[in-house]
Design a protein around this ligand. Structure first.
Ligand code: THU
Length: 156
């Protein structure tokens, strides 16, 4: 017997082609990437989270001289939301990343951030949409975090 897992996602040809709400969220992610503390990698990442009630919370990567002590933008933002507004459901997360002084890149979230985000998705029992850049100026919109992390670890 064999099984197959498929993922579907939208591809927009540019940031401007996105629905307005999603474009606004991605631009918030771009904006907050500017204040990332990333003196070691010079890789600036911003994450913007839109809740179901329309609130936007943002975060960026925070590095440390003890490298593994740093934290990615996605987790900075989602842990802030989880601590300040524990009962707010997340509608969408957008991420933007670039090397300092360069253009925004096609970047997908690291495995640890996928694991963190998928748990909030399971907790709220509703999918979290995820927006990131693809190749050649495209923007990808995934319908759920679990599309990014099938077979995630879960303990509840
Ligand atoms: N980083 C993020 O903030 N998000 C990602 O999805 C990938 C990587 C950060 C961690 C580190 O500060 C820098 O980018 C280089 O890896």
């Amino acid at each position: 017997m064999s099984e197959k897992i498929e993922i579907s996602y939208q591809v927009y040809e540019s940031v401007d082609a996105l629905p307005l709400e999603d474009k606004e969220l991605l631009l918030e992610a771009e904006k907050i990437s500017e204040t990332a503390y990333a003196p070691y990698s010079n890789f600036l990442v911003g994450a913007a989270i839109r809740t179901e009630n329309g609130q936007i919370v943002t975060g960026n990567n925070q590095e440390n001289a003890a490298y593994p002590s740093g934290l990615c933008a996605e987790r900075t933002a989602i842990y802030y939301l989880g601590s300040q507004f524990p009962n707010e459901n997340i509608k969408t997360i957008a991420v933007a990343a670039r090397r300092r002084g360069q253009e925004f890149l096609a970047v997908a979230p690291c495995g640890s951030c996928r694991q963190a985000m998928v748990e909030y998705e399971a907790k709220q029992e509703k999918p979290i949409r995820f927006i990131m850049r693809g190749e050649n100026d495209t923007v990808l919109v995934l319908p759920a975090i679990k599309s990014l992390l099938p077979f995630s670890f879960t303990d509840f």
